[in-house]
Design a protein around this ligand. Structure first.
Ligand code: SF4
Length: 389
């Protein structure tokens, strides 16, 4: 686990990178390590760890092998998280032009299907599933992307993986850039330099809106034409931020601090507690907006379940939500006491997943909640008590 040049240069949203392509993304932990002159933490072992509860683990493994291939997560595996671009677009929830709109005319270019067909490694021989998908340790879903682009203005090295949904949105629709290779290139640069893709893309989108409004001028940018849709400027600025060069040095402070330093552009900020918002329109996901406001570290999309699970998607998720006492599906775009209960209960649930080191996607399937017996066998009965399972 290492920081890159961005962490060494104390970019406010520098992150920690594992294996060149996995980011511990938000809140600038790379800058924290950089400030302590800590470059990397490496762990080496020579013995396999003992499994304390072999039977429980075997049970979980059998359950996963049985459930996952028949569940919706098989689609997640094939198209990755960028596969949700179409869903976000259809609900008006795809942040576009720095949250000025929830629909993006160029959405098909950044969607997971296009990524699968035109950018994943192995596409020339139809072997994307073998060569263009990667996995976290031991996970059979394999939702991670491996992009390889050899030609054109934005070559991409597969060593640095491929973009998640948040990344194609922040560098794509946020910035009005309908150029998939450009968003893949920005992702590569972020993984190479150690930048959080959400805050990086969102900060550039903020600057673009301020530029279009005249609050940021070519004099500020060093002559860069920072209008929405300029993919070349977006890619160039990503690199400049990671290296703290030119106008990138100011944007490396994040959008809120950059606006403060400039004394301009604060009216275009989309932040909570100083952190740029992830790729979900708060008007569409209103309980998520509430979580953005009350979350200790600001706007975060992985601290609770998203509203559609308790709205149109309820039938799909009712088994899991029912275990949390959430049985009354709500109207789209609503926020009442039941939605607040949904936000609170699922925030606890997601905290449990984080504490157990479980993936939200893998445990978000129809029958995905660990049961009380399983939790007890893993020594986590207290979690079942806490959740009322
Ligand atoms: S653990 Fe989660 S993020 Fe990792 S490959 Fe599996 S589903 Fe994807």
């Amino acid at each position: 686990m290492q920081i890159g040049p961005a962490g060494e240069k104390l970019v406010r949203f520098a992150c920690l990178i594992n294996m060149c392509n996995r980011a511990n993304g938000r809140t600038g932990m790379g800058a924290v390590m950089g400030s302590k002159n800590l470059k990397a933490v490496a762990v080496r072992g020579s013995r396999r760890p003992e499994v304390a509860e072999k039977e429980a683990l075997a049970e979980m493994r059998k359950w996963a092998a049985d459930v996952f291939p028949k569940s919706a997560v098989s689609g997640l595996g094939k198209f990755g998280t960028p596969g949700v671009v179409s869903v976000q677009q259809s609900t008006g929830g795809l942040p576009t032009f720095n949250f000025s709109s929830g629909v993006f005319d160029g959405w098909k270019t950044i969607d997971g299907h296009n990524l699968y067909e035109t950018a994943l490694k192995g596409r020339e021989t139809g072997k994307q599933d073998q060569e263009g998908r990667d996995t976290c340790f031991g996970c059979i879903i394999r939702c991670k992307r491996v992009v390889e682009i050899k030609e054109g203005p934005y070559p991409v090295d597969p060593l640095y993986g491929g973009p998640e949904y948040e990344t194609v949105a922040t560098f794509g629709s946020y910035c009005g850039v309908d150029d998939l290779p450009a968003t893949c290139k920005a992702n590569e640069i972020c993984n190479k330099l150690g930048l959080d893709t959400i805050s990086c893309g969102a900060t550039i989108a903020w600057a673009m809106e301020a530029f279009e409004a005249g609050a940021i001028t070519p004099k500020d940018t060093g002559g860069i034409d920072l209008r929405f849709g300029n993919g070349e400027a977006m890619v160039r600025l990503t690199e400049m931020i990671g290296k703290r060069e030119g106008f990138g040095n100011l944007l490396a402070e994040g959008s809120a601090r950059a606006a403060q330093h400039l004394g301009r552009g604060a009216e275009f900020l989309i932040t909570s507690k100083g952190q740029e918002a992830p790729a979900h329109m708060p008007q569409v996901k209103r309980s998520l907006a509430l979580i953005y406001a009350v979350n200790p570290f600001g706007a975060d999309h992985e601290s609770s379940d998203h509203d559609p699970s308790y709205e149109a998607g309820f039938n799909f998720f009712k088994d899991r939500l029912g275990k949390l006492g959430l049985t009354q599906a709500q109207e789209p775009r609503s926020l009442g006491p039941e939605k607040v209960k949904f936000a609170r209960k699922t925030q606890h649930f997601f905290s449990m997943l984080d504490s157990l080191n479980l993936c939200q996607f893998a445990c978000g399937v129809k029958k995905g909640t660990p049961t009380r017996p399983t939790l007890e066998r893993l020594g986590m009965g207290w979690v079942a008590d806490r959740l009322g399972l």
